[in-house]
Design a protein around this ligand. Structure first.
Ligand code: 59J
Length: 575
């Protein structure tokens, strides 16, 4: 064994060197790692750490206000809070959540089971809305419960102070504050503004404990002033609704244009809806029929047929036309009047609404002439209003017209128009032959018009239309005490699968006032009156009279029928 002990110890001669080298290497690695962590990876690691607590959150922008032309609010945004939860945190908070859940559900006006379901089915997520648009005061009571994982988000809720009255024009936004219909949709970019964002520090439970920095401030949306006059809007709404009830009509539209500027002062439809309560809302109620729905305008186009005749130089207001025996044949078709008017002048064709007279006038003109005036006053084209969903109606090209088409177009069949187009066309007669785009926004000054017929023609046609609103005319119920009114009735059989119907009618009145210098244009459309009466002169004309009477007075437009005004004073004194 001694031999063993004789052996030299198993220590390599280089051992101290190896140890030293290993230690040195270890130091180098450690230093490298330290530099790596603290210098090279610093930004990455720090951001990773902060991400646990620092978040960027969106700040909603305030949506611009919509007002009528006098600043009356039609759509305003009020601050509300949306309550949301972090299900992960909430589930982890087990006990506390079980205890306070029922109280939370009560404050949110939600069923406890539903609330529980909503959170558990998303237990892996970090965000779920519990309730949008809660009143800020209630939201504070919810936060006071101190449930971990429940947070608020500031949002804005749209409120429509005029409710049903201006609903079809103003439209509405969805819960995310985006325009869906009407002006809210058309001018969404203008109204919307730009959301901002900020960096916030959140605690372990997801509550914001500190606003760290603002990244960008929200840019509030801009206000919008509409052309509507809320007073006229109320008036039109009330009268149209009454008429629809009285005549048990399917639907209806009415609108008033400023004859000089093309601004829409009032536009209403039935059925209507309350934009503040839109559950289960269907297009039948919310679409703006005055711009989205078309109808055959019937006799309300006769003034334009006559305008074409005057422009062609072939007719004057007193030119006589033989309408006897009350009907006449064009090829295989027969055009009829309700009675035989015999030999009548052009004015009487308008006053009595003779289909035979209008057809004979049109057949005496080149097709191009009739088309020129019809398309000139805007039939077949959009009005330029920019309203969402507006349709242009239909006016076919004149080189496709046979005689029968020219004859029936003359009294309003074979083309289709919207109520707004019809009003724009009447505005041409009111504005000495100038066609102007329609505007839903308040204008500083009238846009330049395009002359589409001679001023003298327009004036002559307005004068002829005054005869409609007399004892002998079809529209005497449209008269307004103290003012001269010019207009035209229309009673249109609706066309269906089996041709024109004897049961379904559209009752129309279109007119201007005061006739001596027209300031206002109004169109009334009553769709399918079912109360027994259906003549435009009986159903639509009274709505025109009632609204126009109020509108002329509200706007302080001077009476131009002074003898009638004197007569009224005299009668009042006798009574
Ligand atoms: C009328 C039509 C349908 C289409 C006729 C109205 C035609 C015609 C084929 C019968 C009711 C009715 C192209 S009438 O608007 O003439 O407003 O106070 O619907 O004639 O040929 O039972 N209006 N209306 N005609 N069609 N086709 C008159 C007239 C009009 C009135 C009354 C009585 C029609 C004075 C309509 C009104 O001016």
């Amino acid at each position: 064994m001694s031999r063993q002990s004789d052996r030299p110890a198993l220590i390599h001669p280089a051992r101290p060197l190896i140890i030293l080298a290993s230690l040195g290497l270890a130091v180098v690695v450690l230093v490298w790692r330290a530099v790596d962590l603290q210098v090279l990876d610093k930004a990455f690691l720090q951001s990773q750490g902060d991400a646990r607590h620092l978040r960027v959150v969106r700040i909603a922008a305030h949506r611009g206000m919509i007002t009528d032309r006098h600043g009356q609010p039609l759509a305003i945004s009020t601050p509300v809070d949306s309550v949301w939860a972090n299900p992960q945190v909430l589930v982890a908070a087990g006990e506390q959540w079980r205890l306070l859940g029922p109280e939370l559900a009560r404050l949110l006006e939600l069923d406890v089971d539903y609330l529980w379901q909503r959170i558990m089915s998303r237990s892996g997520r970090e965000f779920v809305y519990l309730k949008r648009h809660v009143h800020p005061e209630r939201a504070q009571r919810i936060m006071a419960l101190g449930i971990p994982g429940i947070s608020l988000q500031r949002e804005y809720r749209r409120y429509y102070p005029a409710g049903e009255v201006a609903a079809h024009v103003v439209g509405f936004t969805n819960v995310d504050d985006q325009g869906q219909e009407g002006i809210e949709l058309a001018y969404d970019d203008w109204l919307r503004g730009l959301p901002g964002s900020k960096r916030v520090l959140k605690d372990r439970l997801g509550h914001i404990v500190e606003d760290v920095e603002s990244i960008s401030d929200p840019q509030p949306g801009k206000d919008l002033r509409l052309s509507l006059d809320l007073r006229l809007q109320y008036l039109a709404y009330r009268e149209l609704k009454t008429a629809v009830r009285l005549h048990r009509a399917r639907a209806a539209s009415a609108l008033i244009l400023d004859a000089r500027s093309g601004e829409v002062l009032a536009m209403v439809n039935q059925p209507a809806y309350n934009p503040n309560r839109r559950e289960g809302l269907r297009s039948e109620r919310y679409r703006n029929r005055a711009v989205t729905d078309v109808f055959e305008p019937g006799s309300t186009v006769k003034p334009f047929t006559v305008a074409a005749a005057l422009e062609a130089g072939r007719f004057r207001p007193d030119t006589r036309i033989d309408t006897a025996p009350g009907y006449f044949r064009v090829g295989r078709n027969t055009i009829r009047d309700v009675v035989n008017y015999g030999r009548i002048d052009v004015t009487t064709v308008i006053q009595k609404s003779s289909n035979v007279g209008a057809s004979k006038i049109a057949l005496a003109l080149p097709a191009e002439r009739l088309w020129g005036i019809f398309s000139g006053v805007g039939f077949g084209s959009l009005t330029g209003s920019g309203f969402p969903g507006e349709v242009s109606g239909l006016l076919t090209d004149y080189w496709r017209w046979h005689d029968i088409e020219r004859a029936t177009l003359a009294f309003g069949y074979g083309l289709s128009v919207t109520a707004l187009q019809l009003a724009q066309a009447y505005a041409v007669l009111a504005a000495d032959g100038h066609l102007r785009p329609v505007s839903f926004l308040a204008l500083q000054e009238p846009p330049p018009g395009r002359q589409v017929m001679a001023a003298a023609t327009a004036r002559q046609v307005v004068a002829m239309m005054e005869s409609v609103v007399t004892r002998q005319g079809t529209g005497h119920l449209a008269r307004v005490r103290g003012y001269r009114v010019a207009g035209k009735t229309g009673t249109v059989q609706k066309s269906g699968r089996d041709g024109y119907s004897d049961e379904r009618y559209v009752s129309l009145f279109a007119g201007v006032a005061p006739a001596s210098d027209p300031g206002l244009v109004m169109v009334v459309v009553i769709d399918e009156p079912r109360g027994g009466e259906y003549y435009g002169g009986r159903v639509a004309a009274p709505v025109f009279a009632n609204v126009m009477t109020g509108a002329l007075r509200l706007l302080g437009i001077a009476p131009d029928d002074v003898p009638a005004a004197r007569h009224r004073v005299a009668v009042a004194e006798v009574m």
